[in-house]
Ligand binder design. Structure first.
Ligand code: ATP
Length: 365
């Protein structure tokens, strides 16, 4: 196992804008780090530079404290799992899993290789399928074979490039749990690229958010959600996303698209002497006033509005509330409020204006 250190890593393809632009990141031995960001932000490029499939334009890459910029992929002792599984179609499951072991000729004898295949097959519930070819497996089983090939190698780190994106939702959920379990048991340093919010928020010890080749924030999932450093991270993390709206501050009040409210003391402090701010409210910052205790309502953060559309997701209910001056706001309601299920329902909301924190780029709360 090993730590991975990126120091001011840059990747330029040709003369264009750098695909990765000065990324520095310390990944501890045994840590599980997720790379997320919109399409084209440089996630895969970063992963491919770590594994050695892409040259590094400038900067230092260290694995286990040693610079590896010039080392060939096979000398880095890393195992990569790809989105498209990259299995050999003419080989059986057992032969696919054993492939990296046989490349290291003479290192292990046949008995040891068989033992490793069977251990991996047990871990990944592939024992019954060892003699099959990839074409005769389901997507989830193929992905497990790809993972089996990674774990038999006892690599210093696992690198995953969107490994679950070809699977259906149910299987993705199962495999996500399996990957988390496997990583915890093996304790292997892992870097995992995804654009899936749930994977990003549930799998990693830390999440690194990239935008246009630059790191925006590296933090625990909870810290990213609760203390985003800028509007980009605030809007990227969370689903449905945070509602942003303009706020006009004047004489101890704040004017928002759904009303003018006395500024809670805490929020006033956060805003300081600004008069125009961008307010970010997550869907769960809105509640149905009928279910809220009176003291909260007394604070005066209530407003009446028409619900335009509702989305009931089984355990969650989202109401979309349109305003003349602003696009719809998404509010997360208790499942109890299912009677809201219907369009054009006028209801009273309570909004958590007192839970403000300021994002570090300073122009918003
Ligand atoms: P996605 O989520 O869509 O896979 P990504 O965040 O993984 O995107 P990359 O594949 O790393 O993004 O691409 C980053 C940028 O580099 C993009 O603008 C892409 O067009 C560019 N790029 C990637 N590979 C090459 C290449 N071989 N030659 C030129 N440009 C490339």
């Amino acid at each position: 196992m090993a730590s991975i250190t990126l120091d001011n890593i840059v990747k330029k393809y040709g003369d264009g804008f750098p695909a990765v632009n000065g990324v520095s990141l310390d990944i501890a031995d045994g840590e599980f780090v997720i790379l997320v960001g919109p399409s084209g932000c440089g996630k895969s490029t970063l992963l491919r530079m770590i594994v050695g499939l892409e040259d590094i334009t400038s900067g230092d890459l260290q694995i286990g404290g040693k610079r590896v910029n010039e080392k060939a992929p096979r000398d880095r002792n890393l195992a990569m799992v790809f989105q498209n599984y990259a299995l050999y179609p003419h080989l059986t499951v057992a032969e696919n899993i054993a492939f990296p072991l046989r490349l290291d000729k003479g290192k292990l004898n046949e008995e040891q290789i068989q033992e490793k295949i069977h251990l991996a097959a047990d871990t990944l519930e592939l024992r019954e399928h060892l003699d099959r070819k990839p074409a005769n497996l389901s997507g989830g089983q193929r992905q497990r074979v790809a993972m089996g090939r990674a774990i038999v190698r006892e690599a210093d780190a696992f690198l995953f490039d969107e490994p679950l994106s070809n699977l259906d939702a149910k299987l993705r959920g199962q495999m996500r749990t399996e990957i988390a379990r496997m990583q915890r048991r093996l304790g292997t340093t892992t870097v995992y690229v995804t654009h899936d919010q749930t994977e990003a928020m549930t799998l990693g010890d830390r999440v690194a958010v990239l935008r246009k080749g630059e790191l925006q924030q590296v933090a625990s999932p909870r810290a990213l959600y609760e203390q985003p450093v800028n509007l980009f991270v605030a809007g990227f993390i969370g689903s449905p996303p945070m509602n942003f709206m303009p706020g006009e501050v004047e004489g101890g009040t704040i004017k928002l698209p759904f009303g003018t409210f006395d500024l809670p003391e805490r929020t006033a402090k956060v805003i300081g002497d600004r008069s125009l701010v961008i307010v970010g409210l997550r869907p769960e910052h809105f509640e149905d006033a009928r279910l809220v205790d009176e003291t909260k309502k007394d604070r005066g953060y209530t407003f009446d509005a028409d619900v335009d559309v509702t989305e009931w997701l089984g355990s969650e209910l989202y109401a979309y509330v349109p305003f003349d001056t602003h696009e719809s706001v998404a509010a997360k309601l208790e499942e109890l409020d299912r009677e809201l299920d219907g369009e054009g329902m006028r209801t009273q909301f309570v909004v958590a204006l007192d839970s403000a924190s300021r994002v570090r780029d300073g122009d918003s709360t």
